[in-house]
Design a protein around this ligand. Sequence first.
Ligand code: M6R
Length: 362
Amino acid sequence: DKSGHRHFMAKEMAQQPAILRAALAAYTDATGTALALPEGAGFDGVDRVTLVACGTGFYACQVAKYWFEQIAGLPADIDIASEFRYRAPVLSPHSMAVFVSQSGETADTLAALRHVQGKVARTLGVVNVPTSSIARETDVALPILAGPEISVASTKGFTAQLQVLMLLALQAGVDRGRLTPAALADHLSALRALPGLINQALDREGQMRDIARHLAEARDILFLGRGTMYPLALEGALKLKELSYIHAEGYAAGELKHGPIALIDQHVPVVVLAPHDALFDKTLSNMQEVMARQGQVFLIADARTLAAAGEVTHSLTMPEVPPLLAPILYAIPAQMLAYHTALFRGTDVDQPRNLAKSVTVE
Ligand code: M6R
């Protein structure tokens, strides 16, 4: 049942604020100032975390790596399940291995889990389907509580994975003595404010549709971002490829001049993700390099970055957000641009060609 929405994807995007709010309440105590994660999701004696997933789940892991390092000072390795299982990963017996999967049935991720069993201190499953194989076979299951996701393109699964991974990074920060109770309470209060910001972003659907109208004309599109906006650039490009069949690539903005800048001309839209964080001015200078080569820039940023950016032809004003939480908020334009570009192209939004919701073969 699409609850009045045109597609399951539209419904699932709209559900995100309520899902995040409820999941946060489920994983914090009654006062909302301390964590209440399932038993076993702690970091005492844990010396590193290894995060493994496929597709969109992998981009959530890539964001989480920044969080574990920054918030908890905990070394974090990330890998795509289909690569991880065929390498000879050097695992610490004191590490925690985290498997992120919406379906909990992705064959490569499940095989990666089986590969580490007995070689690490603990395995943890960040899953949406609580009865899934990955939920059952991990030592600790940490459901993301997003409810059934029907659309092949993952949307609410991604943001719900991100929030749970943020809570895990906060738990690591507490257990490693890096976060005082007051600092934790501040982080949790910022997370509580996030659904309100996501609603504001969802309300800008009309502006995102205007950008999508341009993207729908393109043959190739680039997404650029730095820091946690780099995995968001990858996610934006993946969503766009999946739904509209337009070739799109995400790049770390600083890598632009190491190759992809050769692609830029007036026909290539470049979507730049630049919340006002510690790196925004560096991202803006990469954007200038694109503009100097007549690339069509679409700047997605808050008012403070936009004020510093000067003249840009196309922009989307996002709400201001604490930089650590920006990846969850900027998932909205990443999803919405792909959704509306697909509508302009007339492709099948909920069931893109060649794709399955759950990839249970290698
Ligand atoms: O169920 P999983 O989270 O393990 O699925 C992993 C990927 O197959 C999945 O995220 C895929 O990339 C989506 N279609 C992305 O929208």
